[in-house]
Design a protein around this ligand. Structure first.
Ligand SMILES: Cc1cc2nc3c(=O)[nH]c(=O)nc-3n(C[C@H](O)[C@H](O)[C@H](O)COP(=O)(O)O)c2cc1C
Length: 150
């Protein structure tokens, strides 16, 4: 099992890092090729996602191609996973995909369709960036326990 994440405002990074610590794994970030920081190329990434673009991404470990299960922490943009995440899934095609996603929790249909399992964590109304994970800890702990036993 591997943990990978994509994050632009830090929410899904927090979830990935928390789960990684609980599971004794390393969370690695999926990013567009050449991206220099959280905000770099963000508008282009959002528009590209809406128009179905699959941007080139930074290389990920070769082991990802053989992973039996992927815990994927990622946002939803306009109902779908960010283009870079789709590029990753298509290029590395890991096994069973468990999507853990912190988002607004309203329009997530296309993102869900990409995963075998989904843990949906809803952002509090009016919150863009979480300061901590306190409201999701029970759900993340329960997931980590289940994954530890599987
Ligand atoms: C352009 C844009 C579109 C979004 N579209 C959706 C959406 O369709 N459904 C949803 O539930 N959340 C949506 N969100 C909310 C994000 O998924 C949410 O802010 C997420 O926590 C960001 O994750 P990050 O901090 O890991 O980057 C959207 C956010 C942005 C910036």
């Amino acid at each position: 099992m591997i943990i990978r994440y994509y994050s632009r405002t830090g929410n899904n990074r927090l979830a990935a890092e928390y789960l990684a610590e609980r599971l004794g794994l390393e969370a690695r970030e999926i990013t567009e090729a050449g991206r220099t920081g959280e905000r770099d190329g963000l508008m282009g990434a959002i528009f590209g996602t809406m128009f179905g673009r699959r941007p080139p991404i930074e290389d990920m470990p070769d082991e990802d191609r053989d992973a039996d299960a992927l815990v994927l922490c990622a946002p939803v943009w306009a109902t779908q996973l960010p283009g870079a995440v789709k590029s990753y899934l298509e290029e590395y095609s890991p096994g069973h995909v468990k999507l853990v996603t912190i988002n607004q929790g309203n329009r997530n249909k296309k993102a869900r369709a990409r995963a075998d399992e989904v843990l949906q964590l809803k952002l509090p109304k009016g919150t863009a960036r979480l300061s901590d994970l306190s409201s999701y800890r029970a759900e993340l702990d329960e997931l980590a326990e289940r994954l530890n036993g599987s």
